[in-house]
Design a protein around this ligand. Structure first.
Ligand code: WQD
Length: 343
């Protein structure tokens, strides 16, 4: 089976892990990435894991002509669309760049599906479309979406709206929004992982960078929330589980009847607090993590985690790796980066 699958943003964190999962299932991933938010070290790692250099086209998905050439060149089985900016804080400082890049990129890709009759499409969406869940902390796909807290969140919310309207206009397309919770960890080989450009916004990369000595301490953004230990709760999902969910989604779409739109939560179904992550890191690695309690971070949701049953019922997919697995793999990746930097 030599089925070509376009992976936009395939040199990024989740994209690169999905490229590995696709090849493992017999697909031929075609990466479209302009490396504005990716690093060459991931390409090196991918080559070692795949046993060959991945097929890569250095293009910007906002360049419709370049994208069109790609669809002329390959008869794609489907498209997994990751390419987008994703930093919540940065999106508040640069809203126009976020709306332009994330929405124009999506519109270009959807236009290519229509023009080239490619029917299977998976969209990298986010639990951020739920905003701060009212009452219930466990959200299912039928939990009402709310106005997100940031321009980044709105690009996912609006992205889903664009896909809904495209679905209504397109009898053939089979579309799936995967709503990620908090992706963490790295490939078990420690050859690919999350490569934050600049100071990490997200928790686990900040933890591993602190532990390796890049920061004096971790600041826990608030311990006075109405949660079991006062710190915020999230559903942290191993990036390898997340990658495999994309392949399961594609295989579901490929077998489905034409004209379909589904949203699926991709989480573990279990919440962990910031302080629990700190304790788990110290337990898994045996290293004390310097950390201090600081003020709350604006826009933080207090507690959210997935009702993940639809993923299992519809896709036959369920997260199998634990937060300890993710911490172990993220720490191995951080050490690999440190060793590479010294060479
Ligand atoms: C998690 C918790 C922080 C850093 C992110 C992305 C969002 C989406 C989901 C993809 C919060 C706390 C963090 C630190 C801390 N991803 N924290 N000290 O905000 O849930 O959302 O993942 O779609 O786009 O932004 O993740 O890792 O930033 O924060 O205390 O130095 O860790 O307050 O409670 P978040 P995060």
């Amino acid at each position: 089976m030599n089925k070509f699958v376009l992976v936009t943003g395939g040199a990024g964190y989740i994209g690169s892990h999905t490229v590995v999962a696709l090849q493992q299932k017999g697909y031929t991933p075609i990466i479209a990435d302009d490396f504005r938010n990716a690093n060459e070290v991931v390409l090196k790692g991918l080559t070692q894991i795949l046993g060959a250099t991945p097929i890569l086209h250095r293009i910007d998905v906002c360049d419709a002509a370049a994208l069109n050439q790609l669809f002329e060149q390959y008869n794609f089985e489907g498209v997994i669309h990751f390419a987008a900016y994703k930093a919540v804080g940065e999106s508040v400082e640069k809203p126009l760049a976020y709306y332009q890049n994330n929405l124009v990129g999506l519109i270009n890709v959807l236009s290519m599906l229509e023009k080239h009759d490619v029917r299977n499409f998976v969209f990298s969406s986010s639990c951020t479309v739920y905003g701060e869940p009212k009452g219930e902390k466990e959200v299912s796909e039928s939990t009402p979406k709310q106005a997100p807290e940031s321009p980044y969140g709105f690009t996912k919310w609006m992205g889903e709206q664009i896909i809904t309207d495209f679905h209504k206009s397109s009898a053939k397309s089979k579309l799936m929004n995967l709503r990620y919770f908090n992706p963490v960890g790295a490939h078990a080989s420690a050859l690919i992982g999350e490569y934050p450009i600049g100071k990490p916004n997200n928790l686990l990369p900040f933890v591993t960078q602190t532990a390796i000595g890049k920061h004096a301490h971790l600041t826990v953004f608030g311990d006075d929330y109405p949660t079991r230990d006062g710190s915020c709760i999230r559903d942290y999902i191993h990036v390898t589980d997340l990658a495999e969910a994309h392949v399961a989604a594609l295989e579901f779409l490929a077998k489905a009847e034409n004209g379909l739109l589904e949203a699926v939560n991709i989480g573990t179904g279990t919440g962990s607090s910031v302080l629990e992550i700190v304790a788990a890191f110290e337990k898994v690695t045996g290293k004390a993590l310097p950390h201090q309690i600081g003020p709350r971070r604006a826009g933080d949701v207090v507690e959210i985690y997935a009702n993940a049953s639809k993923g299992q019922e519809l896709l036959g997919w369920k997260a199998r790796l634990t937060i300890e697995d993710a911490i172990r793999d993220a720490w191995a990746w951080e050490n690999y980066l440190a060793a590479s930097a010294q060479q």
